[in-house]
Design a protein around this ligand. Sequence first.
Ligand code: ZN
Ligand code: FE
Length: 255
Amino acid sequence: MIQISALPAFTDNYIWLLQDPHTLRCAVVDPGDAAPVQAWLAEHPGWVLSDILITHHHHDHVGGVEQLKKATDAKVYGPASETIPARDVALKDNGRVSVLGWEFDVFAVPGHTLGHIAYYHHGLLFCGDTLFAAGCGRLFEGTPEQMHTSLSRLAALPEDTLVYCTHEYTLSNLKFAAAVEPGNPDITARLEKVTEQRAAGIMTLPSTLALEKLTNPFLRVDETSVKEKVDERNGTQNRSPSAVFAALRAWKDKF
Ligand code: ZN
Ligand code: FE
């Protein structure tokens, strides 16, 4: 059984560490900084970093790759259509990779960046800056339509899927979610819980797709309450779910 833990980096990034205790091999997802990974390896003699999974080209996700590649024999996987330092394996939509003996499906999830990919292994999703707990990534390169399609694809995975995103943005995302749906009791309850967790310095990840469907406004653009709130703000009617998504994302950008 593979264990997953978080190595905090910068102010709000998590580098996910996958460990196979039987082989003492480990893998990391999106090491924006090599230092936390190298510190962990130094504290855990015998462990070997064998794989590095990259979701997209932003510096806070790839910044540590070259240094880790020099210090270890790790293989670097990343999206084919983006420039990823020291990449060994270029991945495309519906590709498959074997990491620590686990098969991962690769999904193209354009929106935050155009080449952004997510990694899925039965019940586990590493989605970078696409789906966040109670939120989603900013649209730096893609269109709202692309991001809406990408999020819908992730939302179609099994409900008990654990969502390992890269940033601890849950509290600020939930404050926005509460503004969108003030009458949603699941959002109110989650906001309360996450407020306590953050005050105690506790990580709010991973999330689950079931919880995201109840509390993430960006997965709830089909809900009448969300559509009406956006219509009310924009003074428009009859929006498609992807138009509701676009207006919601634009609102969040200024929230
Ligand atoms: Zn990013
Ligand atoms: Fe990021």
